[in-house]
Design a binder for this molecule. Structure first.
Ligand SMILES: Cc1cc2nc3c(=O)[nH]c(=O)nc-3n(C[C@H](O)[C@H](O)[C@H](O)COP(=O)(O)OP(=O)(O)OC[C@H]3O[C@@H](n4cnc5c(N)ncnc54)[C@H](O)[C@@H]3O)c2cc1C
Length: 490
């Protein structure tokens, strides 16, 4: 055990909390993995985590790797589409300043990737009034800063420095102190002044409201480095020219691994080896293949009908819960009611009900850096060749009810069109709507220690579990988690 002693956290004695005697276990345990470089390895899922793991294993000399992907293309939740001269990101869009691993990947696979400023945003206070997001905080900046300084000190006190996405399992003492939801945690440590930062980082990324999301996810996502990056002039957020899916495509093209698309996996049975029964959706062929080792990247709770999970695995994975995330690309004529910036946040709607529009993003205007009156009045609009003035905007919605359910779907469509009416959009038309299942798979307060139980289980059943449901649903997070496993395995 490392003992982060009282003296290292002197501010705690000022009435907040009790001393922390053992901040965390010394390190993660070693894990088992493929036995030899000749092992046949099956990876399920060609999203960022599956592709990146294939790439890393290939680099380490494993040459016999097959990736099974359900969809007809790689990239998972990074799907983007080139539309009217810009990339529209229906999945991942933003890159943070602390995305060191992914920036390295982009350098390795380069070709046309550029990291650009994220663009300005406005926060609407109601349907009629907005302020620049930077001014939207209900807490004055000096108080916000002071609270964040204390948060950073507390974070370091609890977890010390650690490498990678998931800190080593904290001591019981620390686990007790970080119990409950993000709101519970902030209140417990008198950090409610820091709430706007947590709200923006978590709730506006559809990671749930602060009174429902486990505190541990806040602590995982808002590391001291991330918080500090938010105070830099560029605010630590960028966008990736060409979108994340292009990076996935480039990885898939260059890693020279057998990637099987359009695959319906019927059953995965793990005995002495791993047998995968699957159907090729194009040829309708029923096929079987055998492997020595299995790596699962989709959300584990989406695989209950597919993988022969044992009692130990089920005990952990059945506790996962998740949200849905819907993005709608909508064309309309004339600018309608606009703020002064092409990214809009609607916190009053996010709190109101599921699937209200909580963010809108005008990619063309962001891409062309159109802001201020020019943006508000649509002076530099993305006109169609026929001369009509059209705007194309991505609207985001999140909820827990299944958006494929007919009633829920109707409700979502009503919500969007109500929003469009509220903002005077003319002749709106949905160009494409993408519904993401298993978004932010996470453990509720009380069972969030599952993240470390999963580490203890890695490799034990001839299987590694990777991706969003065992780490945190953002790209740097899943890539970092891969590196963590590879370190623990070496
Ligand atoms: C709307 C939205 C916005 C986002 N914004 C950002 C952002 O700005 N920045 C950021 O860093 N992250 C963002 N994310 C999160 C990011 O996209 C994910 O963290 C990342 O894609 C996770 O990678 P993954 O490989 O673990 O999972 P996924 O990307 O979900 O990939 C899993 C793959 O497995 C496949 N699969 C599933 N089941 C099976 C099966 N049974 N058989 C075979 N294949 C299967 C899926 O089709 C998919 O291709 C966003 C996500 C969404 C949905």
């Amino acid at each position: 055990m490392i003992s982060t002693t009282w003296s290292k956290c002197p501010w705690l004695s000022s009435g907040v909390g009790t001393p922390i005697h053992h901040s965390r276990e010394e390190s993660h345990p070693r894990i088992k993995g493929p036995r030899s470089l000749d092992d046949r390895i099956a990876i399920v899922g060609a999203g960022p985590s599956g592709l990146h793991m294939a790439y890393e294993l290939k680099k380490r000399g494993y040459s016999n790797i097959v990736v099974f992907e359900k969809r007809g293309e790689v990239g998972g939740k990074t799907y983007s589409r080139f539309y009217r001269n810009v990339w529209e990101n229906f999945g991942a869009a933003v890159i943070g300043e602390t995305y060191d691993r992914t920036v390295k990947l982009m350098e390795t696979f380069n070709v046309g990737f550029e990291v650009l400023p994220q663009g300005e945003s406005s926060t609407w206070l109601n349907n009629n009034n907005f302020v620049p997001t930077i001014q939207a905080s209900p807490v004055p900046l000096p108080r916000l800063r002071e609270a964040l300084e204390r948060y950073i000190a507390l974070h370091r006190c609890f977890f010390d420095e650690y490498e990678g996405e998931l800190m080593p399992r904290p001591s019981k003492d620390v686990l007790y102190k970080i119990r409950g939801t993000v709101d519970d945690f902030l209140e417990r440590f008198n950090l409610t002044d820091a709430r706007p930062i947590f709200y923006n980082a978590l709730s506006f990324n559809a990671y749930g409201l602060l009174n429902e999301t486990s505190a541990i996810y806040g602590l995982l996502f808002l590391t001291p480095a991330t918080v500090l990056s938010l105070f830099k002039p560029e605010k630590g957020l960028f966008r990736l020219e060409g979108g994340w899916q292009n990076l996935c495509r480039e990885m898939a093209r260059r890693i020279n691994v057998d990637i099987r698309l359009n695959v319906d996996i019927l059953r995965i049975v793990r005995r002495k080896n791993v047998r995968i029964d699957y159907k090729n959706r194009i040829s309708n062929e029923l096929l079987t293949d055998n492997f020595d080792f299995l790596i699962l990247s989709p959300s584990m709770n989406s695989l209950f009908d597919v993988v022969d999970f044992n009692v130990h695995e089920l005990r952990i994975f059945t506790q996962l819960r998740h949200s849905f995330y819907v993005k709608s690309l909508i064309n309309s004529m004339a600018p309608g009611k606009r703020s002064l910036a092409p990214i809009d946040l609607f916190p009053y709607k996010l709190e109101q009900a599921e699937y209200t529009v909580f963010r809108s993003y005008n990619s063309h205007q962001v891409e062309n850096n159109v802001t201020g009156i020019d943006y508000q009045q649509g002076r530099r609009e993305n006109t169609d060749p026929d001369g009509w003035m059209y705007e194309s905007v991505l609207y985001s919605h999140t909820g827990k009810a299944n958006p494929w359910d007919k009633q829920v779907d109707e409700y979502i469509q009503n919500q969007i069109f109500q929003h469009l009416r509220d903002f005077n959009k003319v002749n709106p038309r949905i160009v494409e709507q993408v519904k993401w299942n298993f978004y932010f798979p996470n453990y509720p307060p009380g069972v969030a220690t599952a993240l470390w139980d999963i580490i203890d289980m890695q490799g034990r059943y001839n299987t590694w579990y990777i991706g969003a449901s065992v780490s945190f649903d953002y790209i740097e997070g899943v890539i970092e988690y891969n590196h963590l496993l590879l370190r623990l395995f070496q």
